[in-house]
Design a protein around this ligand. Structure first.
Ligand SMILES: [Ca+2]
Ligand SMILES: [Ca+2]
Ligand SMILES: [Ca+2]
Ligand SMILES: [Ca+2]
Length: 645
């Protein structure tokens, strides 16, 4: 109850001291976004120029009047007017007082919800030299899944992009700024020469929060996309609005598709801001997004545009996301669920964790649990961040074909703990307020984000639907009942779920018995104890893709004393020459690999620290060269013995 909470004055914290707030699951917040050139102050809050600050509003004793103090040369042009923006359109102090909420249930409920509101002063130079608005064409998807809708192209603001003022004759940068949430920009630099405005397809912010995202052309050496305005003197053209057109000519793209990189940038800006709302300390490492009008479904050289599909990958510390763009083949720049799905793989990789090895997957597949979770999360969380359950991939001649499904009503072929479709439905149902079937929760994004960046990230098990729900329920044990019902509706054992799925009872169709069953999810092994029997099987991998359930077997064991250990795998039955391999993981990191090419056995020593570990045993040919001569079902005996200290 509000009266039992600590004084609001003790809870008001500017940006720097927010660590404890991440655990706060309820209570509305105000994000104060201050552009350069001013600060926002009240009795208890100071938000400096260029900062994003967070204020909790959870009691009926909240009373603050926010005023704007512009720096010399700047002026306050009023509070920004937009959805969930407070005091929009006003130029007066913004007074927020909750004392009048007492006795009004609707208003008290507002204090108890976890909505985010914005307070965003518009700050402009008192005497701008060049200013204007930046826009791009967004081509919407037809609502009934029939491709892109070129009759309803909409001009949208280019938000948060780097904008430069350059001197014409030598391209010297005179000033650099960032467009605001309405696509507006303004410069103060003066020049008597001809100048032009350049918009970089880049979101760059240093400090806290931090991000660095750019859209580049993989077929032009990774060159950054820019939108350049015309050259003119400031006297001749002080007002300059720049627009990036789609390039659509009526029946095909006939001119440069300048909107595409800015559409990609803006889709990711929107997704990113959903996370900033709930974690203003977020630090997103650099991401390069590669798009080209030549990026096609052909597989080959990335620099030629033969990227096969939109995908994310990381090499060393470089995160890269490739996006399809070839017209009449498959374009993805306006397929927002695909863009955000791939961006979520980047998030998993850089601020959460994914143990998935990727590979082909489709609805109805009985997948390796790491892959099932990662792909289901990509779909489900993209729908959450876009607040739209419909996944649509447009393609084909004129971009008039499409493939689509809803998180809410996708057919459930083979539901279960190994199903990406089950995972995506569960993630979306946790979030949405359209409660259907066993879905009785409407938790919003915050608990999903905290699970992904909390215990799911640090689990000693591998990342799966089990580690995610274990993390969610560690943070919110009171949800055990409704979560269990939702899991059971997807044929996942819901009672007392743990990171290893150790109570899992549901078996996929086609499952075998005994040693050859896919249950338990993890086999137990004792260090210096007896052997455990495991198998590498291909009957759930009918298309020889190597990443389906049963191709490998997971084993969990606990290391009692740090030291050197030897893992041994010996064929006991089945395919000869299957080349057993294994990996030992500590919190998702590989600590021992057994990858020699011996046909029927494998052993390797390595140093292990105290604590729980996971061993993944698989036939090399079943995972890497499925369908070839040495592929086939085989079973092995596995031991782990200490081999020194
Ligand atoms: Ca597409
Ligand atoms: Ca729901
Ligand atoms: Ca639902
Ligand atoms: Ca081997």
């Amino acid at each position: 109850m509000p009266s039992q909470q600590t004084s609001i004055k003790n809870r008001l914290r500017p940006l720097a001291a927010l660590a404890g707030c991440l655990l706060l699951l309820s209570g509305c917040k105000i994000l104060i976004q201050v552009p350069p050139g001013a600060r926002v102050v009240s009795d208890n809050v100071e938000c400096t120029a260029g900062a994003i600050c967070e204020v909790d509003v959870t009691t009926t004793s909240f009373s603050e009047a926010f005023t704007v103090e512009p720096e010399p040369g700047y002026q306050f042009a009023g509070w920004r007017k937009a959805g969930r923006h407070l005091c929009g359109g006003s130029t007066a102090a913004c007074a927020i007082d909750t004392s009048g909420f007492v006795g009004q249930p609707a208003l008290l409920a507002f204090l108890d919800n976890d909505e985010i509101f914005y307070l965003a002063p518009r700050i402009v130079p008192a005497n701008p030299s060049v200013s204007g608005k930046l826009t791009y064409d967004r081509v919407p998807q037809l609502s009934n899944g029939r491709g892109l809708d070129y009759n309803n192209i909409t001009r949208m603001p280019i938000r948060g992009a780097t904008v430069q003022l350059l001197r014409g004759f030598d391209e010297q940068i005179l000033q650099e700024t960032r467009s605001d949430a309405d696509g507006a920009y303004a410069f103060t630099a003066d020049s008597s020469d001809e100048v032009f405005v350049r918009v970089r397809a880049e979101l760059l912010r240093q400090g806290t929060p931090e991000w660095d995202l750019s859209v580049r052309d993989n077929t032009q050496g990774g060159a950054l996309y820019v939108l350049d305005g015309a050259q003119a003197t400031i006297d001749d053209a002080a007002q300059r609005n720049l627009h990036a057109p789609s390039g659509w000519g009526g029946s095909r793209y006939t001119s440069e598709r300048r909107a595409a990189p800015f559409a990609l940038l803006d889709t990711m800006y929107g997704a990113q801001m959903r996370l900033v709302e709930i974690d203003i300390d977020i630090n997103l490492p650099p991401l390069k997004v590669f798009w080209s009008e030549n990026n096609s479904t052909a597989a080959g050289n990335l620099a030629d545009g033969d990227i096969a599909t939109s995908f994310y990958f990381r090499e060393a510390n470089e995160s890269a996301l490739y996006v399809l763009g070839k017209q009449d083949n498959d374009t993805d720049e306006y397929d927002v669920h695909i863009v955000v799905h791939e961006w979520i793989h980047y998030l998993e990789d850089r601020i959460s964790r994914s143990d998935s090895r990727g590979g082909p997957h489709a609805e109805g597949d009985i997948l390796d649990i790491r892959l099932a979770f990662s792909e289901g999360l990509g779909n489900g969380l993209a729908a959450v961040l876009l607040d739209n359950p419909w996944y649509v991939d447009t393609n084909g001649p004129g971009q008039q074909g499409s493939f689509s499904f809803s998180m809410e009503s996708a057919a459930r072929f083979n539901p279960g703990w190994f199903s990406e479709t089950s995972v995506q439905a569960l993630i979306y149902d946790l979030y949405d307020s359209n409660n259907d079937g066993a879905d009785t929760l409407a938790l919003g994004l915050r608990p999903i984000y905290h699970a992904l960046t909390g215990a799911h990230k640090t689990t000693p098990a591998l990342t799966s639907v089990f580690s995610f729900f274990d993390a969610l329920l560690q943070n919110s044990p009171e949800l055990a009942g409704p979560v269990s019902n939702m899991l059971e509706a997807e044929r996942i054992t819901g009672d007392l779920i743990d990171a290893y799925g150790s109570r899992e009872q549901y078996r996929p169709s086609g499952d075998r018995n005994g040693t050859r069953s896919t249950l338990p999810v993890y086999r137990d092994l004792s260090v210096n104890g007896g052997a455990v029997e495991v198998c590498s099987q291909t009957h759930l991998d009918p298309f020889d893709e190597g990443n389906k359930l049963g191709v490998g077997t997971l084993v969990s064991f606990n290391v009692p004393t740090a030291g050197s250990y030897e893992v041994s795998v010996e064929r006991t039955s089945g395919q000869l020459g299957s080349d057993p391999d294994f990996a030992v993981y500590a919190n998702g990191q590989t600590v021992i690999s057994g990858l020699t090419i011996a046909g029927d056995s494998e052993s390797m020593q390595g140093r292990l620290n105290v604590g729980p570990h996971v061993l993944d045993v698989f036939g090399y040919y079943n995972t890497r060269e499925p369908g070839t001569n040495n592929a086939g079902d085989a079973c092995y005996s596995v031991t782990i013995e200490s081999s020194g200290s």
